[in-house]
Design a protein around this ligand. Structure first.
Ligand code: HEM
Length: 454
């Protein structure tokens, strides 16, 4: 982490350079004053993410108790609280719920394509376009579709999240302090997301209040929150642990649906489109699949089940997230002394880093790793992928809660975009990633969207 703060590029790239240099199962390093292990062996990765979960249940991001917005599912360190909130939120993302929610995402995807059509200026900033779509789609899925706005792309959350998530000097300094001077971080009661706490919690409280008497079924997150709140204080019958789903707690979850979901899905779509522009044969095959599904259906309509028919699109998204995992490093902290399958002992408070990008570009697991080849994920090949070497959504008890949602959102967005537009062929240049702690981003890269003649 210290090297990350003073060097160019992203943490996943730094981890990859360490990974490639050393032929060992586990590589010892440090992150400021914190001892860190970089794991290479898939069995050790399996143990940390799944098998030995009770000893590695936290990501170990330092938080002060007053950091209300950041103390959420993603960063939550209190395992009992995490378990209960995760249990309550898991049903938000079942296939049945997503099917009900599909109308929201489809409406956003239609508005997204109209936005591309109407804005020649925005077309010059393709990442801004996809990020606007993913943020607005999460906004509409959380708060419902605002019937007063003409387009879901005019969402007020886009600008807010853009500001909240753009790395700043202040944000980097807070991160640096948390990692290198944890005692100072605690003493100063620093907050990672302090600036957004009041406005965001305020919005959630207002929307929850305004929807209390509403009987219309909308299938959005606020509706689920209101159902959960009716259950009163939640109690774990085995441990006796009690938790109240306060507005603050729910606001923190909603905030992190944006934080965890908008940039990651936008980045995955962005890299998929870049690779498609550079691989005309793959693009042509994808156009054929998308056109086939639209033409077999009802004009411009698309259903949730239609997405299942777009298997090649699914393979492209998977391959894109292999080569460019939006989260390129996973992290766990050891909460009880442990011994990994490779025989390495891990003491309490040691951080384990899983270098997702490095593993997913290791030629041992993916021959010619730099080649963009969706066939790796064809049904007949996907079963040969070694377990714990494909981790774009993480694995185990703390794997991505929104993975299904993200796939639906990306598929419907890309399907509608590539029904109306195609991409001018271009050569893929080596990507220079931005400085980012866990993510792999290259927002300035460009592809040219051209209206199709259909
Ligand atoms: C392509 C899009 C996405 C990618 C690549 C992604 C990736 C990830 C990864 C790598 C993790 C950590 C997993 C681990 O540590 O094992 C994670 C956690 C999480 N993600 Fe996602 N994510 C995406 C979209 C979303 C969306 C759309 C949402 C919500 C709407 C979401 C909600 C979460 C939450 C709540 C967690 C924390 C889970 C926990 O600690 O129990 N993600 N995601």
């Amino acid at each position: 982490m210290y090297k990350f703060m003073i060097s160019k590029g992203s943490l996943p790239e730094i981890c990859k350079s360490i990974y490639d240099k050393h032929d060992a199962d586990v590589i010892g390093t440090s992150s400021g004053t914190v001892q860190t292990l970089l794991l290479k062996n898939p069995q050790d990765i399996q143990a940390v993410l799944t098998g030995e979960f009770s000893k590695f249940n936290s990501r170990g991001f330092l938080l002060n108790p007053n950091d209300v917005l950041a103390d959420n599912l993603l960063f939550m360190n209190d395992v009992q609280k995490w378990k209960m909130v995760r249990q309550k939120l898991t049903p938000v993302f079942t296939s049945a719920r997503l099917k009900n929610m599909f109308y929201i995402m489809d409406r956003c995807a239609r508005d997204f394509v109209d936005l591309v059509d109407d804005n020649p200026q925005l077309k010059k900033k393709p990442y801004t376009l996809v990020y606007t779509y993913t943020t607005a789609a999460i906004g509409a899925s959380v708060f419902g579709i605002d019937t007063k706005t003409r387009s879901t792309m005019d969402s007020p959350y886009v600008a807010m999240m853009w500001k909240a998530l753009t790395p700043t000097l202040k944000g980097n300094l807070i991160l640096l302090t948390a990692n290198i001077f944890p005692n100072l971080y605690k003493l100063l009661k620093l907050k990672t997301l302090g600036d957004y706490e009041k406005p965001f919690i305020g919005i959630i409280k207002k929307v929850l209040e305004s929807r209390k008497g509403d009987t219309q079924k909308r299938h959005d997150f606020i509706e689920i929150c209101l159902e959960l709140k009716k259950q009163g204080v939640l109690k774990d019958t085995t441990s006796g642990y009690e938790l109240e789903l306060s507005d603050e707690l729910l606001a923190a979850q909603a905030f992190f649906f944006f934080a965890a979901g908008a940039d990651t899905s936008g980045t995955a779509m962005h890299f998929a489109l870049l690779e498609l522009a550079s691989n005309p044969k793959i693009l042509a095959k994808l156009h054929k699949e998308i056109d086939g599904v639209f033409e077999a259906g009802n004009g411009d309509e698309l259903t949730y089940d239609d997405l299942d028919k777009m298997q090649y699109l699914d393979m492209i998204i998977s391959e894109s997230m292999r080569k460019y995992p939006p989260i390129g490093v996973l992290q766990r902290i050891c909460t009880r002394d442990s011994v990994l399958p490779s025989g390495v002992s891990v003491e309490k408070d040691v951080v384990c880093m899983i270098p997702v990008m490095a593993v997913q570009r290791d030629e041992k697991y993916y021959p010619d790793p730099e080649v963009f080849d969706p066939e790796r994920f064809a049904p007949e090949n996907a079963s040969n992928i070694k377990k714990y070497t494909y981790l774009p959504f993480g694995e185990g008890n703390r794997h991505c809660l929104g993975a299904r949602f993200a796939r639906v959102q990306m598929k419907v967005g890309l399907a509608r975009l590539l029904r109306r537009f195609t991409l001018t062929p271009q050569k893929m240049e080596p990507v220079e990633f931005e400085k980012s702690a866990f993510g792999l981003r290259a927002a300035d890269l460009f592809y040219d969207l051209k209206l199709r003649n259909i």
